[in-house]
Write a protein that binds this ligand. Structure first.
Ligand SMILES: C[S@@+](CC[C@H](N)C(=O)[O-])C[C@H]1O[C@@H](n2cnc3c(N)ncnc32)[C@H](O)[C@@H]1O
Length: 499
């Protein structure tokens, strides 16, 4: 019966639809202890220059409760004094923001008019980076040349992702960026050489894209992306479980000015770090600083694939492991129009991605959608227009033995096929991870491929269990009969066939 379905019905290895929004959801602050030697991690001069610049501009002062520091995640923000709940950590005035408005009021504003906002900000960043006299030079010097985000991986590094959805997504994002670059080059850069005197390469454009994906926030008022110097030094921690700590307000924006401020606050109080003697050291002058690093939550709903793609790290939290199943009503289906109608009525598209998380149940609309796609034969009466408003309710429960068997077969076959595309087993991956000493990118690759396989085994397990219970499930006709009997017990009329 599985052959009833064309191959487009369920395509697990299909590239996940990527929403090329560069917006990061609102973020959260918190404070985690970290032990760090202040002597062994000197602050780069570029970061000191940025701090001095912001001091001179009156953006930070002796009252600012954080300072930049070198932390395991690269640069980060460190608490310098006790901070009370809901205190402001940093506030950066609008004149230091980099967003589509910044581009609009710049020399390239006119030629970038109408461009996709992220493309215009990317062109702006690259152009400023290539200028010796850029007003933004002090900030741009602090930005990393690259991260461990998968768009920056070599072919050899990407080969470690063989079989994964993340590999497909990374390749399609790279293709998309390349296409946008070629378009921008042909339509904006080449026709306006006087504005872009230095050659801009695809690698430059990728750098800017990577910067935006890993550092841009979404504005609270209005949805345009924005990069905020200094605030973008904040790192992510799995330990932070809330996302709501960014505010915008109008306030003092320097020595004599008033402006819109992008403001980062905390909802938890924090006591600043203190100097302690290194316990193993006999030399009393060697001291370790017990520091409080300020972290945010980059997005509670982001999967490990999204974290790896955007930021270049993954978490060990199980539910960050996900697998996306793409379900589609095939246009060759004899009931295509009816099924599409029902799909739309219930808020789904003809092709819908269902993200399944490790340790979580299937998304609620997945089983009804599967049953709808599989609907045919003697069950096709449920597609009658007179049942249009009630059919989804029926699909939330098993329809018929045949229908349920089809969905089990199709999903299990798809899982088996997807699992056969990974060159390693979960055991092999876990052995690599426990042996340790993996380079960061290999660690990410191994974590991603083992996470995806775990989710596929979980999905397969769910449908295997269903398959074993096919004879015990209650189907539509039995449910209808039961309902009729209940009506009968209440003394109402019973249709003659049921008597
Ligand atoms: C918004 S920036 C934060 C500042 C950054 N650490 C730096 O050195 O400029 C985001 C980047 O920081 C790093 N990062 C943030 N949180 C991290 C974490 N929990 N684990 C590993 N890297 C992290 C990643 O490279 C990520 O792309």
């Amino acid at each position: 019966m599985a052959t009833l379905f064309p191959s487009v019905f369920l395509s697990p290895a299909k590239t996940r639809k990527h929403h090329f929004s560069l917006l990061r959801s609102r973020s959260t602050l918190s404070f985690i202890n970290s032990l760090s030697s202040s002597e062994s991690n000197p602050l780069p001069s570029s970061v000191r220059a940025l701090w001095d610049w912001f001091s001179k501009e009156g953006v930070i002062s002796s009252k600012t409760p954080v300072k930049p520091g070198v932390v395991p995640e690269g640069l980060g923000l460190i608490a310098t004094r006790d901070i009370a709940e809901n205190d402001v950590i940093l506030e950066v005035p609008r004149r230091f923001w980099v967003n589509p408005d910044t581009v609009e009021y710049s020399e390239i504003g006119k030629v970038c008019d109408g461009l996709n906002p992220w493309v215009s900000v990317a062109l702006f960043l690259v152009r400023e980076k290539l200028r010796e006299d850029s007003k933004w030079k002090i900030y741009l010097d602090v930005l990393p040349e690259t991260t461990d985000a998968t768009i920056f991986w070599s072919d050899e590094e990407l080969s470690e992702l063989e079989g994964t959805q993340l590999l497909c997504t990374t390749l399609s994002v790279k293709e998309y960026v390349q296409m946008e670059f070629m378009k921008a080059e042909a339509e904006i850069i080449i026709p306006n050489r006087q504005l872009f005197p230095s050659a801009i390469t695809l690698n430059d454009f990728f750098w800017a894209f990577g910067i935006l994906r890993s550092r841009a926030f979404s504005r609270l008022q209005g949805q345009n992306l924005v990069v905020i110097p200094l605030i973008d030094l904040i790192n992510h921690s799995a330990g932070i479980t809330s996302e709501d700590h960014i505010h915008e307000r109008t306030g003092p924006a320097g020595l004599f000015s008033w402006d819109l401020l992008f403001s980062l606050r905390t909802t938890v109080s924090v006591t600043a770090g203190e100097q302690v003697k290194c316990p193993k050291s006999s030399n009393a002058s060697v001291k370790m600083m017990f520091i409080k690093v300020v972290f945010i939550q980059y997005g509670l709903k982001k999967t490990n694939s999204e974290l790896a793609l955007d930021y270049g790290f993954i978490e060990s939290t199980p539910h960050r492991n996900a697998y996306s199943l793409t379900l589609e009503v095939p246009c060759s289906d004899p009931f295509f129009r009816d099924k599409l109608d029902i799909t739309k009525l219930n808020g789904l598209d003809e092709t819908t991605d269902f993200e399944i998380l490790l340790g979580h149940p299937l998304p609620p609309k997945m089983l009804p959608f599967l049953r709808l796609i599989a609907l045919g034969g003697t069950d096709a009466f449920l597609l009658d227009p007179s049942l249009r408003n009630s059919v989804w309710g029926c699909l939330e429960f098993p329809v018929s033995h045949a229908n349920e068997k089809i969905i089990c077969n199709v999903v299990r076959d798809a899982c088996k096929y997807a699992l056969s595309c990974y060159p390693t087993t979960i055991d092999e991956d876990e052995k690599l991870m426990t042996e340790g000493n993996l380079r960061p990118r290999l660690w990410i690759a191994v974590g991603i491929r083992s996470g995806e396989k775990k989710v596929l085994h979980q999905i397969d397990g769910i449908f295997k269990e269903r398959e074993l219970k096919l004879d015990q499930l209650e189907y539509y006709k039995e449910r209808m009969l039961k309902e009729l009997c209940q009506v009968g017990e209440k003394g109402e009329s019973i249709p003659s066939e049921s008597k």
